[in-house]
Ligand binder design. Structure first.
Ligand code: NAD
Ligand code: TYD
Length: 362
């Protein structure tokens, strides 16, 4: 495993007494939500020390963090959550107070084609992190799970945290399995844990394989916009920054052993959301193309998030359409970010930027 050790002088833990100086291990911090969460932490808590531990799969992009990569309280480590050697090294070197676990294979369509890596990363990776968190007496382990573990929600109801887990695709089954491992960590080993299950996120830096960035990117490039099936599947949407605030609240104030749903009530049929984005872009609907449906495609997601609102005082702050306008503007202004992904250039960022720096410090 490769580390960028030169910036790690702040990890002299013995000198740290105040609670303000928490050391947070963020797994999957080079991905969409993880990178937003790291930026949020850096801005909100200048004293927190943040370790970003990420394998840099196709979905990991260090370009997502250029605005904060020079921050003295931030460090990146390349490693695999499913490799005990890598995880051991991280824990032994840095002994984190908190673990916020985002690292995952996250794309449902990919999971249907190749489930194995989803099981390895999302299930085994979680267990390995839990093992070392126990050994190193981590104060809190937060599992960033998803509303998809509940499966499709019939009628017009919403599910609370105690609803049955009924995943219908390899991705959601792997996330549900990881949630159960958190339960075991709490029940059997007395570890301090929380599970957080949010609805669909949208926001800056989302990889263009998920619906919202696919629509914006394809529309701006005059490409077909694929709608699976009849387009009437319903998803509930949250701006990623509201999700980050919820994770923070749960990390710091969530009651150990508890699961918290995170939702907004903003539910959209896919086709209606796509048409709304096209309207905002002032682009005609004729790019829309109805394509073969996803196998096992969940019809509807909808969570009841009254628990986190009532018990922890969280609520979404970003009005849905304002958030969507902001994200559309961001993508328009960051065409270079998406072009680097389309060209594959982002994948060399680590070799270009980090490796030479590591050699300089050796
Ligand atoms: P993402 O695919 O954008 O990012 C995943 C990150 O994990 C990448 O940086 C990748 O390099 C890293 N990673 C993958 N395998 C790894 C491994 N073996 N070891 C270390 N790092 C590895 O995903 P995202 O959309 O940011 O989602 C983050 C988390 O939030 C996931 O756990 C996902 O299940 C959950 N979640 C996502 C949504 C959503 O709408 N995107 C909603 C609810 C929950
Ligand atoms: P996605 O962004 O993949 O998230 P998830 O499957 O985790 O909910 O998809 C959101 C919805 O949009 C889902 O019902 C599948 C649908 N979809 C399309 O119709 N076309 C697309 O190109 C994509 C990526 C998704």
């Amino acid at each position: 495993m490769e580390t960028k050790e030169s910036t790690f002088d702040f990890f002299e833990k013995d000198k740290i007494s105040s609670d303000e100086h928490k050391i947070i291990l963020v797994t999957g911090g080079a991905g969409f939500i993880g990178s937003n969460f790291i930026r949020y932490l850096v801005q909100r808590y200048p004293n927190f020390k943040i370790i970003n531990f990420d394998k840099l799969t196709y979905a990991g992009n260090l370009n997502n963090l250029t605005t904060i990569e020079e921050n003295a309280n931030y460090a990146f480590l390349k490693g695999d959550v499913a490799d005990p050697k890598d995880v051991k090294t991280v824990f032994e070197q840095f002994s984190p107070d908190y673990v916020v676990h985002f690292a995952a294979e996250s794309h449902v369509d990919k999971s249907i084609i190749n489930p194995d890596i989803f099981l390895k990363t999302n299930i085994m990776g979680t267990q390995i992190l839990l093992n070392y968190s126990r050994e190193h007496k981590v104060q809190k382990f937060v599992q960033v799970s998803t509303d998809e573990v509940y499966g499709s929600i019939p009628g017009d109801g919403s599910v609370k945290e105690d609803a049955h887990i009924e995943p219908n695709n390899p991705y959601s089954a792997s996330k549900a399995s990881a949630d159960l491992l958190l339960r075991v960590a709490y029940q059997t080993y007395g570890q301090r844990v929380n599970v957080i299950r949010a609805c669909n996120n949208f926001g800056n830096y989302q990889f263009p394989e998920k619906l919202v960035p696919v629509v914006i990117h394809n529309a701006l490039n005059n490409l077909e916009i694929p709608i699976y099936g009849d387009g009437k599947n319903i998803r509930e949407w949250i701006h990623v920054e509201d999700h980050c605030r919820a994770i923070d609240v749960v990390m710091q104030t969530g009651k150990s052993g508890e699961t918290y749903n995170v939702g907004t009530g903003n539910k959209w049929k896919n086709i209606d959301l796509v048409e709304l984005i096209l309207k905002k872009l002032d682009i005609k609907n004729d790019l829309i193309s109805f394509v073969l449906d996803r196998k096992g495609h969940d019809k509807r997601y909808s969570v009841d998030s009254s628990k986190i609102r009532q018990e922890l005082g969280w609520k979404p702050q970003i009005e849905f359409e304002e958030g969507l306008d902001q994200v559309i503007t961001w993508y328009k202004n960051h065409m270079d970010w998406i072009e680097e992904i389309a060209s594959g250039k982002y994948m060399t960022y680590y070799d270009d930027i980090y490796k030479p720096r590591m050699m300089e410090t050796e």
